[in-house]
Design a protein around this ligand. Structure first.
Ligand SMILES: [Fe+2]
Ligand SMILES: [Fe+2]
Length: 166
């Protein structure tokens, strides 16, 4: 039987993905021989993961109801920083230093989401918003994703407002 949306936890949709990405990044550090192939996989997984998270939180949430914009700002600027690191490491696949930096930054972002951001959403979203977010995450998981920049064009106003306050 399918669980009711209100009983499901947002974090549950993402923890497995976090683990997959962390494992790939660690393997890129440890096995330089496969690094280029692993880096391509990392790029794909990171883009898909960010797409699903950002689509759920930026397209379907009513921001006027949120009382903690700094959490959304941190969430988004972490994503931007990680995307830059992923791009950068593709240009320098032999750099162990860059790979280690990615492991560290990814670890910090995952801790932020799991310890602060997802619990904040669990606690503060009203029933209707939480139901919508969960349904949209499930749809994205089923339907796949488009390039992140296309999604960001769609919600440009919201992200510009958050990033301009950094
Ligand atoms: Fe995440
Ligand atoms: Fe994230």
């Amino acid at each position: 039987m399918k669980k009711k949306a209100s009983k499901k936890k947002i974090a549950n949709y993402f923890v497995e993905d976090h683990l997959t990405i962390s494992k790939l990044v660690k393997s890129a550090v440890e096995k330089p021989i496969n690094r280029e192939r692993v880096l391509k996989k990392i790029e794909w997984h990171v883009n898909r993961h960010f797409y699903i998270e950002e689509k759920a939180f930026f397209v379907f949430l009513d921001f006027a109801k949120q009382n903690n914009p700094q959490f959304f700002r941190r969430f988004l600027s972490d994503h931007n920083h990680l995307l830059k690191l992923v791009e950068d490491i593709q240009q320098n696949p032999k750099s162990k230093k860059k790979a280690l930096n990615l492991v560290k930054s990814l670890g910090k972002h995952v801790s932020f989401e799991v310890d602060k951001f997802y619990p904040y959403l669990e606690k503060n979203l009203d029933k209707k918003d939480k139901k919508t977010v969960i349904e949209e995450i499930e749809k994205s998981i089923d339907l796949g994703f488009y390039p992140l920049d296309k999604l960001r064009d769609y919600y440009k106003e919201k992200t510009d407002a958050l990033l301009s306050k950094q």
